[in-house]
Design a protein around this ligand. Structure first.
Ligand code: HEM
Length: 470
């Protein structure tokens, strides 16, 4: 054990470290208790892996902004290293990461982050969600898969100009592979931290080969799209993200591995933007089912802004502060990506008098902010009004950072907010969301992976009575 680490519980067993303190428990609750005991920065061993948990807005800001140059690496991780090979956006570092992050951020701005074309892509998909709910004719539905398909289609449209029917076999195969691969990488990382010898076992207990096979299938689909785009590319008529990438490569006369680089970036955008937005929209629906009075208040606000038969455009969001406050409260209580994506340091560093060793994995505990009682009274309560002042104007709480801060902050926050706005307004304009007949509303309990995904749940979408009847 390195000396002068941040405080933390003693590793109980040599092989598994502090895992018994968290295994089978609510990790976020356990971390809240540990913060009370050890302070804003503490250390833990998950197997052989040293984890440094950073809590509270001031300390997180200090780490990610003031010392951002030191803390913007990603730690090495058994399967993700193998899968990404230093490419892409999420797990890459140095020049590759900087260039691709800059390119992707500018590409999103050019394509319409917060502008019309993204709104069109989202609107087209949300219509399919409404049709799905209509077909189910007020029966209990598990809406998560439908939301995941529509969020993935939005990304497909923005990135490569494609979209699929939800019953298309190859599309469903693609969705399945995406989910399976992310689960495999997550599980393998946990197992290998506890039992490092597993990576040398001959029978592939970590299912590395399955994950790599999946990756190859997914990337071969991206590569085919790239080739199609190269053949039909017209620099005067940019259609999507892939076209922008081809233009960028022309500009810098880059040849060689640009196909590999692009497919890794696209894979990361799907990885980062699919499950996160799906999780957020699912939480929104769960809280709306649990709070019919909030559904009614949002409807009232939307009706008084655009009338009962129209769906508002995103540019009208400022006229609907209660809806905006509800979206913030969904992001807060839903705790969508509660521990960010692990950060790392290039070399051992000293921070706040403690040593942070080179190979540690730094968990940015965003839950410690979203559930901080000194920022949010009764933090476990769903209460959108907390984001409104006495005149009904939205309060922007500086400390509230569900998309993280600093150099690695999320590049998709604008599209995620737009998705939440459009999904909520479109669904509530047509339906009233209820629990299945005779059942209580879904429990707001999450399952922790990279996202805090709600447990499987069902709801019933009843056609909305028009305002004159109610
Ligand atoms: C509600 C939905 C979302 C939430 C709560 C969310 C949150 C986050 C968080 C907390 C991080 C980690 C930042 C860090 O490591 O400090 C992150 C990273 C990232 N997000 Fe999002 N995200 C969402 C949706 C999206 C979408 C829709 C996209 C893409 C279209 C996206 C793209 C990314 C990328 C590429 C990264 C990695 C950035 C890097 O390593 O430089 N996210 N996100």
């Amino acid at each position: 054990k390195p000396r002068n680490l941040p405080p933390g519980p003693k590793p109980v067993y040599p092989l598994i470290g502090n895992l018994p303190a968290v295994a089978g428990k609510d990790v976020l609750l356990t971390f809240r208790e540990m913060r009370k005991k050890y302070g804003d920065i503490y250390s833990l061993y998950f197997g052989h892996q040293l984890m440094i948990v950073v809590n509270g807005y001031e300390t997180i800001k200090n780490v990610l902004v003031k010392h951002g140059a030191l803390f913007s690496e990603r730690p090495h991780n058994f399967l993700s290293d193998e899968m990404c090979q230093g490419r892409g956006l999420i797990f890459s570092t140095g020049k590759v990461w900087k260039e691709h992050r800059r390119f992707s951020t500018l590409a999103f701005q050019e394509l319409g982050f917060g502008k019309l074309s993204f709104e069109e892509a989202i609107n087209t998909e949300v219509v399919k969600v409404l049709e799905f709910l209509e077909e189910k004719q007020e029966c209990p539905v598990d809406i998560k898969e439908c939301i995941f398909a529509s969020i993935t289609n939005i990304m497909l449209k923005i990135i490569m100009g494609k979209s699929y029917n939800y019953d298309d076999t190859s599309f469903n195969e693609f969705l399945k592979k995406m989910v399976e691969t992310s689960q495999l990488v997550g599980n393998a990382s946990i197992l290998v931290n506890c039992f490092p010898f597993l990576r040398y076992c001959p029978f592939d207990p970590l299912k590395k080969n399955v994950a790599i096979e999946n990756r190859d299938k997914i990337t071969s689909f991206f590569k085919d799209t790239y080739k199609e785009h190269c053949q039909t590319y017209n620099r005067e008529y940019i259609r999507d993200f892939v076209d922008l990438y081809i233009r960028e490569m022309e500009k810098i006369a880059e040849e060689g591995n640009s196909e590999e680089m692009l497919t890794a970036v696209i894979g990361d955008l799907f990885g980062a933007g699919g499950e996160t937005s799906t999780t957020a929209v699912c939480w929104a629906f769960i809280y709306l089912v649990r709070h019919p009075e909030i559904q009614a208040r949002i409807r009232e606000e939307v009706d008084s802004t655009v009338g009962p038969t129209k769906i508002p455009s995103y540019s009208e969001r400022h006229k609907m502060p209660f809806l905006e406050a509800t979206i913030l409260e969904v992001l807060r209580l839903g705790d969508v990506v509660p521990l960010a994506i692990p950060h790392g340091v290039p070399n051992s560093v000293v921070f706040d008098g403690y040593t942070i060793p080179k190979d540690s994995s730094i968990l940015i505990n965003l839950d410690s902010i979203s559930h901080d009682p000194s920022l949010f009274d009764n933090p476990t309560q769903f209460k959108p009004e907390r984001f409104l002042d006495s005149s009904g104007t939205v309060i922007h709480v500086t400390e509230f950072i569900p998309f993280s801060i600093g150099r690695r902050r999320c590049i998709g926050s604008a599209v995620a907010r737009m998705e939440l706005f459009i999904f909520i307004t479109a669904v509530l304009s047509k339906f009233e969301l209820l629990p299945p007949e005779g059942q209580p509303p879904p429990d707001p309990v999450g399952v922790l992976g990279i996202t805090n995904m709600p447990r499987p749940f069902q709801l019933r979408a009843m056609f909305r009575r028009n305002s004159s009847e109610s």
